[in-house]
Design a protein around this ligand. Structure first.
Ligand code: ZN
Length: 152
């Protein structure tokens, strides 16, 4: 569990900068052999693309950087429980371990909702570690939505 909090701190920084850009503040970091391969925050608004969740973005960036389709042995750190789309992409990319911060009872697909990794149609299940820097991850989202409500 070396550097777990360090990598989650980097994901939290990506979440904060996504929030500063007006995106939902979620950040992700892709790590292979203890080195950061890609880090990003949500970009759905900037790119007008609903698939640009932080997890998908770091998977795309890492696959491009490494010139490969799958990320076997890689670990993904994300500040919020992945949605169903991202949970599936993490599985398809053969990611080894998923570390996430706060649970997402409304939109999560790992420990909530469809619980994708527990379905017989899921053919690769990463090890899942939740609650990493959970309070910080949840606070960033709470403050973002409070701010948005004040602006509306
Ligand atoms: Zn997602």
């Amino acid at each position: 569990m070396v550097n777990t909090n360090h990598f989650m701190e980097l994901a939290l920084a990506e979440a904060r900068s996504a929030g500063a850009r007006g995106e939902v503040p979620i950040g992700a970091v892709l790590v292979l052999d203890n080195a950061v391969v890609a880090k990003a925050g949500n970009r759905t608004r900037e790119l007008n693309d609903v698939t640009e969740h932080a997890e998908i973005t770091v998977i795309r960036m890492a696959c491009e950087a490494l010139g490969q389709e799958r990320l076997t042995g890689a670990d993904l750190y994300v500040t919020l429980e992945p949605c169903t789309m991202c949970a599936a992409a993490i599985s398809f990319a053969r990611i080894r371990r998923l570390y996430y911060g706060a649970e997402d009872p409304k939109g999560g697909g790992v420990d909530n909702g469809v619980r994708f990794y527990r379905q017989p149609t899921c053919h690769h299940t990463p090890e899942v570690y939740s609650g990493i820097a959970e309070r910080d991850a949840a606070n960033i989202l709470r403050e973002f939505f409070q701010q948005k409500r004040m602006e509306d």
